[in-house]
Ligand binder design. Structure first.
Ligand code: ZN
Length: 69
């Protein structure tokens, strides 16, 4: 699965440096939660989103650890 990003009007802008040189990767956690991993090429800031909202790394790890069911 290889989606083209940045060509569908959903250009991401880095909150840290303002560059739109951001990649977004969609991931599914073990419990089925879909999260987006974003990484800025400009300043190397990385962050996570879930349902369009920022998600802390701790929250991601917590979800990843959560057993199914
Ligand atoms: Zn940046």
């Amino acid at each position: 699965m290889n989606r083209k990003l940045g060509e569908s009007g959903s250009a991401l802008v880095c909150a840290a440096c303002g560059a739109n040189n951001v990649i977004e990767i969609e991931l599914a956690l073990p419990d089925g939660t879909e999260v987006h991993f974003c990484s800025c090429h400009q300043c190397e800031t990385r962050w996570w989103q879930r349902d369009g909202k920022d998600l802390g790394l701790d929250a991601v790890l917590d979800l990843a650890r959560k057993p199914r069911g």
